[in-house]
Design a binder for this molecule. Structure first.
Ligand code: SAH
Ligand code: SF4
Ligand code: F3S
Length: 514
């Protein structure tokens, strides 16, 4: 079908839809649009098959599309977790290879992509707010291309809502379709009808996608895709597909490349990095083995996130205890301190086994700092069950915690559970939990006053451009005065004042680090 015919068909489809709607006989919106329409399907996304995952090393933007973006600029807004930040760097790389330039201003942009997060309702509301704002801009500049990608686009409810209420959107593509961006972008520019391509089943692993990294100090290194844990509250296994590990040699090559290019810190990424390697059928190789090899690469700091407590094995602990560039910070999401709630969440560990694991890690790494994620107000959570979470936080003495009110996600088992806890009670529990978490952070920060700590200088502080900010190996934020030339360097800072969420300090010359 040529462009003219496609346009005509779309007009017909839109007219049929409008007529049916008027007479109250409208069918599901998707049935009206056959042109470029591959919608998501959460039920399909839940299935885990045995099909082989192929790895492709030959991705490149086709020659015929290398000038598609000539004279045009793009802007990518990234919401959600580090995985989305990582994906945005790939999308930016692809768009640059298509001849687009990047811009930081919406007024300048010819293409705006929203890389979205579906983890909680408020994350989704933020994106819909932004889509609403862009409506006026699209009216003034009809040639502007607005795209929605990331985890929200994997949900049929979101895609239906965009199609019904936000016709200003030109392009929707899913987390498994990033390598299709050249074709999809070209279609979106040419046809001006809404292009939708969201594969619900994960595809292969695409190595060698172009990459425009955001910084030159810290780099994300994805080690695996997807999640098979299916915690009952969580949408991620549906939006990111089954667990697929990258080959160790590809990861190591990427880390070496970053080291050669002067990066000072890498973060190994995955939804559940402790499951790394389980799907590599031809080798018995896990996260511990990978870290043991990365340890030998000349890069000052190596982090990893996120760990699921269930798969944290002794070999990994043994390797982490070797220290060196493997920093002593463990992000170990616990979610709840109560065994019944943990069971309903399908986390598959108990309060006791979590504490026991943390004990083993602390024994091997006495200076390790722990951080966590906690959900309050899971369906029917009682006051006593919540207090178990409080007591666990107290016992664990976390350096910091990310705390959330439970948000039902359509399609997950927990969303079907009845819930007798009023929202005000949940809000109050969050407030009480945060109070405890903040007190603990302040106390932990106080304890390092007077110490000299190694800090990787990340840049100007957000509040005051005269002040620089950086992080310790244990991921504490430190503010201090120093020349801008220090940015990107590892320096030593004496901690002079502890705040609740950060430390103030003074640069010192020597390395008598305590
Ligand atoms: N893969 C990571 C977590 C990714 S999501 C892990 O398992 O640790 C980050 C955090 O968001 C989770 O740890 C959890 O605390 C929170 N979260 C996930 N789903 C949620 C929901 N439906 N409502 C509220 N918080 C949620
Ligand atoms: Fe979600 Fe659980 Fe997977 Fe983390 S491990 S992404 S919380 S299902
Ligand atoms: Fe959000 Fe998707 Fe990450 S739901 S937290 S962006 S994996």
């Amino acid at each position: 079908m040529n462009e003219e015919q496609r346009k005509k068909q779309t007009v017909n489809e839109k007219e049929t839809y409008a007529a049916d709607k008027k007479s109250g006989q409208e069918k599901d919106f998707s049935q009206y649009f056959q042109t470029t329409y591959v919608p998501p399907n959460l039920k399909q996304a839940k299935k885990r098959g045995k099909e082989n995952v192929e790895i492709h090393y030959d991705f490149e933007v086709p020659e015929s599309m290398r000038e598609t973006g000539k004279g045009k600029k793009f802007l990518i807004r990234t919401y959600g977790c580090q995985m989305n930040e990582h994906d945005s760097e790939n999308m930016a790389g692809i768009l640059l290879d298509m001849g687009f330039e990047s811009t930081a201003s919406t007024d300048d942009a010819d293409v705006i992509l929203l890389n979205t997060c579906a983890i909680r309702e408020n994350a989704e509301n933020k994106v819909f707010g932004e889509i609403g704002h862009l409506k006026t801009m699209k009216r003034e500049r009809p040639e502007l291309i607005i795209g929605v990608c990331g985890c929200m686009s994997q949900e049929e409810s979101v895609v239906n809502k965009i199609m019904q209420k936000h016709q200003q959107v030109d392009l929707i593509f899913g987390t498994h379709n990033i390598h299709r961006l050249p074709h999809l972008m070209r279609d979106a520019i040419l046809s001006k009808e809404m292009v939708i391509e969201v594969w619900s089943k994960e595809g292969d692993i695409i190595e060698s996608m172009p990459r425009a990294r955001k910084g030159q100090i810290q780099g994300w290194v994805n080690i695996m895709y997807g999640c098979d844990k299916f915690c009952t509250y969580c949408i991620v296994p549906y939006t990111r597909g089954k667990e697929r590990s990258r080959r160790p040699e590809d990861i190591i090559e990427e880390v070496r490349h970053l080291a050669r290019n002067g990066y000072k810190e890498i973060t190994l990424l995955g939804q559940n990095v402790n499951a790394y390697g389980k799907d590599l059928a031809d080798m018995n190789y896990g996260l511990g083995d990978l870290m043991d090899e990365i340890r030998k690469i000349d890069i000052p700091r190596v982090r990893f996130t996120t760990s699921h407590p269930r798969d944290f094995d002794d070999h990994l602990i043994e390797v982490l205890a070797k220290g060196g560039n493997l920093v002593e910070h463990i992000h170990l999401p616990v979610q709840s301190g109560n065994n019944e709630v943990l069971k309903l969440m399908a986390r598959k560990y108990t309060r006791e086994s979590y504490i026991e694991l943390a004990g083993r890690i602390k024994k091997a790494m006495p200076h390790a700092s722990f951080t966590t994620d906690i959900i309050v107000g899971f369906p029917n959570e009682t006051e006593e069950q919540f207090e178990d979470t409080l007591s666990l936080v107290k016992e664990m003495e976390y350096d910091s915690c990310f705390t959330y009110i439970y948000s039902p996600r359509d399609g997950t088992p927990a969303a079907k559970m009845e819930d007798n806890v009023p929202h005000e009670v949940k809000r109050d529990r969050l407030r009480r939990l945060n109070e405890m978490v903040n007190d603990l952070s302040a106390k932990k920060n106080k304890a390092v006053e007077g110490k000299i700590m190694e800090v990787l200088v990340e840049g100007e502080s957000k509040k005051d451009p005269e002040v620089l900010a950086g992080r310790t190996r244990t991921n504490r934020l430190v503010n201090f005065k120093a020349p801008k030339s220090c940015i990107g360097e590892l320096i030593h800072v004496k901690i002079t004042e502890a705040k609740t969420w950060s430390l103030n300090g003074q640069v010192v010359e020597t390395a008598e680090v305590k």
